[in-house]
Design a protein around this ligand. Structure first.
Ligand code: ADP
Ligand code: MG
Length: 559
């Protein structure tokens, strides 16, 4: 195919069928492929397994010249190239692990226009430069593009040099692809790759079959045993923070008659692969694991995932709950949340290189756990998508809080943010709206703006809850990297100027009900066992109520 005529939809479908054997595109693939073929830059955010590679592999076949693919994973490069070659596609890779004669062969193939795709490690790109500037490059793909962001969890210094590519080849479409990027990381990627105008394609991160459940973290073991009684013979994963706790919990479950095993990076490779295998073939249905477990495990019938401790950020949480229900069937996820856990996480993070950023991420995780509106909306919004309706499949939707027309209050907050030039973080915004007389407010002259004191009848804590709801509804955006300042969004303009109505949930003092209930008796009534069990259940109920009050008070102190 030549460049003179753009490939038609039929051409693209034909290539998909003949080279890959697929009958149709996955969501967003076709739009992305067409835009690349039209010479446009693109930023692709698609969950793992969503089919990102196809987005550049197909245009590579449709367009003239060789597609330059930057990939950080040398180990996976060979697999990808082998798979392409098996499909009759002319692909090669170029990196430092190759013998010199192989590298030479790649260079010569490039010069003779004998390749459709060339995979390169970012570190080896420079070596290719002289050849690249003499041949036709059809497109540039930056895979795992989050590696460019120094704030991300997988930063690769070599990625930061890639910004020159767009400047050197301005006419060549550049596509950046990743599975993990919140909105500010997305902007960072586009900025650093010199494609600030690139169109963003965000594939749905929503997994509607996952029930999202957050529970107070008291009496977790009891709650888990209850849960397991309600989910017999099901396969699931319990994520714990420490290696020790995976072992303790597995032992506890086993002593209660459950078939469970521990898994963590401290175990030998043989032990780990044995546990993994037993899990995959349902010999051991329950795994108590650190986050080391799950990567690359393809098991479709995981029915539930429990987080014994809160993860550090929503990316990790999303990835881990995403291991449940890959078959699309209803699956349950439980996150245990306690104030003490967040304090512990804060201590871990404190003093880390990018502590501010990690703290802001943790804040968002905590806000999710404390959300008073549809959790799925919060989660999906975090990844840059909007859900127009409440999901009906999370604990909040199932126990819906009371809503009121919060339009006026929302307008006050948004207009306050606007009047403070979108420079301030949540704390200052709340102080100003409540008419606080603290020095920070006065130093900046905020006592003179129109919204000063506009919400003085709302308590600090409630107002904070409302602002969090506004963030979660996409009415405000938090810039983690800029001291958490709040910004308006396109949606906030609709509220300010077009009279869009906003519902807010009344913060209730009991935001989540402790759910420990009496477990179904296994022994005949009247036995000593049964009596002890009753007694314990009663104690648990009381202890839980007490613990819950402590929990609320503690959260109050934080605010
Ligand atoms: P990602 O990089 O987004 O994690 P991959 O590109 O590795 O995902 O694709 C995941 C799987 O989906 C691969 O096995 C791929 O062949 C398959 N796939 C991609 N596009 C399609 C499609 N249109 N129809 C069916 N399967 C597809
Ligand atoms: Mg991929």
């Amino acid at each position: 195919m030549t460049n003179s005529a753009l490939p038609t939809q039929q051409d693209l479908h034909k290539l998909l069928k003949t080279h890959f054997g697929y009958d149709g595109f996955r969501p967003n693939q076709q739009e992305i492929i067409e835009s690349i073929c039209n010479g446009q830059d693109a930023l692709v955010i698609m969950p793992t397994g969503g089919g990102k590679s196809m987005c550049f592999q197909l245009p590579a076949l449709a367009l003239d010249g060789v597609a330059l693919v930057i990939s950080p994973l040398i180990a996976l490069m060979k697999d990808q190239v082998d798979a392409l070659r098996a499909n009759g596609i002319k692909a090669a890779y170029y990196n430092s692990t190759q013998p010199p004669e192989e590298m030479q062969k790649v260079l010569s193939d490039l010069q003779h226009n004998a390749l459709d795709l060339i995979y390169v490690a970012p570190e080896s790109l420079q070596l290719l430069d002289p050849v690249l500037s003499t041949i036709k490059i059809s497109l540039i793909a930056i895979d795992e593009a989050h590696c460019i962001s120094s704030w991300g969890h997988d930063f690769r210094p070599a990625y930061t040099q890639l910004g020159y590519l767009k400047r050197r080849y301005p006419e060549t479409p550049l596509v950046a692809l990743t599975a993990t990027a919140d909105r500010s990381t997305q902007d960072d990627i586009a900025q650093q790759l010199s494609i600030p105008q690139a169109k963003k394609y965000i594939s749905s991160f929503d997994r509607p079959n996952l029930y999202l459940d957050v529970r107070p973290g008291q009496k977790r073991n009891e709650q888990i045993l209850d849960f397991l009684e309600d989910h017999p013979f099901e396969s699931g994963i319990i994520y714990c923070l420490s290696r020790k706790s995976t072992e303790n919990l597995a032992a506890k479950l086993k002593s209660n008659g459950h078939n469970a095993a521990a898994y963590h990076a401290g175990m030998s490779a043989e032990q780990r692969s044995k546990v993994q295998e037993d899990f995959i073939n349902d010999t051991t249905p329950i795994i108590c694991a650190t986050i080391a477990f799950g990567m690359g495990i393809d098991k479709s019938n995981v029915r539930w995932v429990i987080h014994y401790n809160m993860p550090k950020n929503l990316e990790g949480y999303y990835q881990e709950i995403g291991r449940a229900g890959r078959d699309g069937l209803p699956s349950h996820t439980v996150l245990f949340y306690s104030y003490a856990d967040t304090m512990q996480l804060r201590q871990f993070i404190d003093g880390a290189k990018n502590a501010d950023y990690q703290m802001a991420k943790l804040d968002r995780m905590q806000q999710y756990a404390e959300a008073l509106s549809c959790r799925r909306k919060v989660l999906i919004n975090y990844f840059g998508e909007f859900l127009s309706q409440d999901c009906g499949n999370c604990d909040i939707c199932k126990n819906a809080p009371a809503y009121f027309d919060g339009t006026v209050l929302t307008q006050k907050v948004l207009s306050g943010v606007a009047r403070m030039q979108q420079k301030e973080a949540m704390g200052t915004v709340i102080d100003v709206l409540r008419g606080s007389q603290n020095a920070q407010v006065y130093d900046k002259g905020y006592q003179n703006i129109k919204t000063y004191g506009a919400a003085k009848d709302v308590s600090w804590r409630d107002l904070q809850q409302y602002v969090i709801q506004m963030i979660n509804q996409g009415l405000l955006e938090i810039r983690f990297r800029e001291s958490g300042r709040l910004l308006l969004t396109p949606l906030s303009k609709e509220v300010l100027y077009d009279g869009k109505k906003i519902q807010l949930a009344k913060p209730s003092k009991e935001k989540a009900k402790p759910i420990t209930k009496e477990r179904k008796p296994k022994k005949p009534k009247g036995s000593l066992f049964e009596k002890l069990r009753e007694l314990r259940a009663e104690l648990a109920r009381e202890a839980n109520v007490a613990a819950y009050i402590v929990f609320s008070d503690a959260s109050l102190k934080d605010m």
